[in-house]
Design a protein around this ligand. Sequence first.
Ligand SMILES: Nc1ncnc2c1ncn2[C@@H]1O[C@H](COP(=O)(O)OP(=O)(O)OP(=O)(O)O)[C@@H](O)[C@H]1O
Length: 358
Amino acid sequence: MPPRPCQLCSNNRAMIKRPKTGQQVCKECFFFAFEEEIHKTISDANTFKRGERVAIGASGGKDSTVLAHVMKTLNERHDYGLELFLLSIDEGITGYRDDSLETVKRNKEQYQLPLKILSYNELYGWTMDRIVEAVGKKNNCTFCGVFRRQALDRGASSLNISHIVTGHNADDVAETVLMNILRGDVSRLGRCVEITTRGEDTINRSKPFKYTYEKEIVMYAYFKKLDYFSTECIYSPEAYRGFARTYIKDLEALRPSTIIDIIHSAENIRISEVVQDALPKQQKCQRCGYISSNELCKACVLLQGLEKGTAKMAIGSKAKHVSQEVSSDTRTIPMFKMPDQQVRNNQTNQTNQAKQSV
Ligand SMILES: Nc1ncnc2c1ncn2[C@@H]1O[C@H](COP(=O)(O)OP(=O)(O)OP(=O)(O)O)[C@@H](O)[C@H]1O
């Protein structure tokens, strides 16, 4: 059978069948189409301001490694004018995160980007290895997720950065939509499909891979021969999320557009004002100053549970009513500080001067 030509350039031999579109394309056209679709996602949503300092949440895994590579490529190709940094959180998981951080350190050299590593141990006085010893494997993902979210914001803030991008891809977003529906979590249903979540007292978070299929990220990393770490976390993943993931993968095998269709469905759901008014209002944690929907943020509640030896109780719904009292010898999280107002103002001024956003 004669070689099949690329359906995009018609010159080269097709090497890849795109999981997202089914098109048969050559390597070069795949790379370009993949990158430019991400550029479209970024520019359609005016995601960045020119001159902005942006931290790439870098775990060393395939998604964030491809993200670092693509952000650097697009920043240069389309002159976004961004100052990019790698930001890694060391959760303290021996045999997993220590190895993946070695990959990030190599990425720092390969992409010539500054790297900041912040550890749970430094910030909370606990590693995930010790947390798992204390709470067991069943609920450890709750601790890790809550602690990572804050650690990323605190790491960014220490670099005077008010925008983080993560490698969450279309499969992750579709999975989160499904989980929010299954849990009846209306407030998160709307937010989880936004490319950027913004707020006065929060660090902006963006997902440039919101419409990018995981299978294509794997192909991109493979054909570009990127240096990434491919082992799964050694602590068991959250079982409920695992079911949602498998369900979506099964549907994708039958109809590849399922992933995008789920995302589009959630984008078009309108939450009634009655429901919105009933949602908890955002405030600052009374202990550490981090954004929270209760008097104490989730990280402070979880840390207090760990310190007092009542960590399992801290996970449940009664955790909101945890005592505010904390003895002077109990470890607490340092006060959260948003990036310097000055920096934010400067960024706005630069933006106004440049009158441009990407
Ligand atoms: N330890 C970490 N340090 C910095 N960023 C992280 C860390 N863990 C996760 N992230 C960010 O959150 C995104 C989603 O994380 P998740 O745990 O779902 O991993 P993943 O889907 O396996 O991604 P990756 O392949 O990048 O590890 C990552 O792509 C990355 O941007």
